[in-house]
Design a protein around this ligand. Sequence first.
Ligand code: ADP
Ligand code: ADP
Length: 228
Amino acid sequence: MIEVNDLTKAYGDTVVLDGLNFAVDSGEIFAVVGPSGAGKSTLAQCINLLERPTSGSVVVNGEDLTRLSYKQLRVARRRIGTVFQSSSLLSRRTAAENIALPLEYLGVTKGEAERRVRELLDRVGLTDRANAYPFQLSGGQRQRVGIARALALRPSVLLSDEATSGLDPQSTSSVVALLRELRDDLNLAIVFITHEMNTVLEIADSVARLDRGSIVESGRLVDLLTDH
Ligand code: ADP
Ligand code: ADP
């Protein structure tokens, strides 16, 4: 599971995140929704440890990741897989080769990497597209490759940073269905950051609404829906 405690991020005098608190259990999809400028990408970068918070902590499976040295951070980062908007795949690599990247960096043997890539392709339903290049895939398929790549190092937390933004409704639904399946089958804690309220309604167990750096409303999706 992942816990965000009193998370604050400021650039000089500009406070971008102002004391955020939430926890996401294994087997739960937690959506963070907010308009442009709310602080969503800054939150994503604090969660996947690309940015250091100004204060507060990000705790994964009981370990405070904000207190680690750079060397420890390289290992700790494997616990969090990230899927980005339009997936950022390498265009000269096939689907299978893109998924293999994190395993290569880690120095996993070729045979073991091939076995894992096959398993991941199967998990995201793209076994028959293994040798396709990104330009030969649909937007939804590219995002599924991005998800498989994010899972390569077996994280316990999956961070989705606008992963369905820009997809057509049908592709969005297929990505949503896959994330829900992964939540259940791998017992992942999923943090789903988006500006799209429609997608939140499809995917989330719990929701926080972020506005100008603060959580202005949060709770179980069913409770929030029946309140209004
Ligand atoms: P969102 O992803 O919700 O659009 P961001 O996290 O990108 O929001 O930005 C939130 C606010 O923080 C914006 O007002 C933005 O201008 C400001 N901001 C983001 N990064 C920086 C930075 N490096 N320096 C100063 N201000 C920043
Ligand atoms: P095992 O411990 O025998 O690998 P699990 O039930 O933990 O069994 O996992 C089932 C399959 O899913 C395994 O093949 C494993 O590689 C894969 N798997 C488990 N957890 C993750 C994860 N967080 N990310 C990606 N793959 C995973």
